[in-house]
Every structure is written in C-alpha cells, then in structure tokens.
Design a protein. Sequence first.
Length: 122
Amino acid sequence: MARAAKDTRPIADQATSEAACTYAALILYEDNQDIDATKLAKIIKASNLRVEPIWTKVFEKALKGKRIGDLLHGSSGSTVNAPQTQTSSTPAVAESKKAEPVKEVKKVEEPEEDVDMGGLFD
C-alpha cells in the first residue's frame, strides 16, 4: 500500500491565507457552487498554496447561507434584517411622522496658536 506524500510546502501567513480563501470563495461563487471547506481547500491546493485548515472552515461558516453576489454588490443579502416601514392611511398620523427640517450647523473657526518649536524647523 502506497503512502501519500507529506505536503512539505510552508504554511502561508495570515494575510495570504485570508486572500487565498477569499479568491477560492469567489471562484466557487462564479461557478455557482456551494462554498464549503473541502472545495476551498481543493482550490487553494491547486494554486500551490498551503493554509491552516481552520481558515477554510472559518470561511465556510462565515459564508454559509450568504448570497455572495449581494455581499459583492453592497446589498444586505438578507430580508430578515431589513428595516420594516409602515405606511399610515390617516393623514394626521402621516403628518406627525414627518421629519423635522435639518438645521445648519455653523463651524466656529478657532484662531491658530503660535507654538514655539525651539528652532526645530529653522
């Protein structure tokens, strides 16, 4: 029975590991595949990198149930947390909910002080 060769590549640092997992997740997203730790690890290995297994698990957990396209395009991605707005059918209630006009705040400029730097910039 043949033994699998031990992976001797050095483990990537934190920034490289995060970037590798991010790019691997984007590849899976573009290919319309579910993002899981096994698939992330397979892509990262194919890119000739080696990351701690925890990174692929963290990314799997962080992205589970998320719509990657919404994250990329700045959408909330979930309707559960979306604010609910209610409209009122009575004019009196609608009138009371109108926002107050924003008052302009004037910035007060303070005079500059001369600071003795002891000839530092002479």
